[in-house]
Ligand binder design. Sequence first.
Ligand SMILES: Cc1ncc(COP(=O)(O)O)c(C=O)c1O
Length: 369
Amino acid sequence: MSNKPVYVTQPFLPPLEEFMPLLKQIWDSKTLTNCGPFHQRLEAALCEYLGVPHISLFTNATIALVSALQALRVTGEVITTPYTFVATAHSLLWNGIKPVFVDVEPDSLNLDPAQIEAAITPQTTAIMPIHCYGRPCNVAEIQRIADTYNLRVIYDAAHAFGVRHQGQSVLNHGDLSVLSFHATKVFNTFEGGAIICPDAKTKKRIDHLKNFGFVDETTVIAPGINGKMSEFNAALGLLQLQHVEEAIARRRQLDQLYREKLAAVPGIHCLAHDPDAQTNFSYFPILVRPEHRCSRDGLYTKLKAQGIHPRRYFYPLVSSFPMYRGLPSAHRDHLPVATMAAEQVLCLPIYPDLDVDIIDRIVAIMQAD
Ligand SMILES: Cc1ncc(COP(=O)(O)O)c(C=O)c1O
């Protein structure tokens, strides 16, 4: 058995020889960026694959989140979740918006719609939930609240590539959705991201915003940013798209195997999938309950000592970082479910090339004294 360290993920890469002809095309054309042919082709291919009307490619999801808020001119306060990656809340601060944290549901660890209304004030303009680990939020209830109070909804869909809910792409919910194509994601372009939007007019505004606000050579309509995905990343994305189904199928097998083997381990709770969703198996989160033979951090240390590196993802809670913890909504008493999840969660290794023996090793370590 190999003693190589096992990390929580390993990026999926297509065979290098398949990428070389695409690189040759870029070298020959000398078009490296500025929404060139690969950029346009990837936008079209992703619309088709994902089943969405419009998509705008970005350098990464963080810049896409910042730009999505700009595109809808969101101001004031935005209701969001503390159980996320810091980029969700940071995108609000970059826009001078006050995050208002609301707790998550115990089953999905997604923003709890039942607690949103109590957090709405006259300053609230939007809701920014995430489809945590790719599991769809309660999109119907969130939309009902948004319609009632005239709020925008921007989904941080960084984990939700290819996820479908009740037969259609989960990315079609809300006003905008933002994907991440970071190296660690199910579909990666090394770095990358995208905004999904419902209409051509909004897509045009987003396209202007990611190109400094330029509309033409001499007209600048907004303080835009440089968020354009390069031709290199877009060409890689086209190639990755040809392999993504096989990558997700392999993840599905591993997810199933983990669930079968962990069922026998006391105190280990695997988060359930949504029966109405077709998921992408992007993460394998477990909760280490008090009934387990050691604490979450004890298990984390035990696995690391054996060369297996899970992640306490999401820990610490975003609301506990210095730039957020002074907010009244950041108090841990206000966020009991998120606090519990952050103290119990461990994401186990899952990626297409993961050897199934590793799952046996992890289970054996959990059962050993
Ligand atoms: C929930 C969430 N939002 C946003 C991001 C930021 O994505 P990116 O690295 O593409 O900027 C990530 C992960 O990286 C994430 O997990």
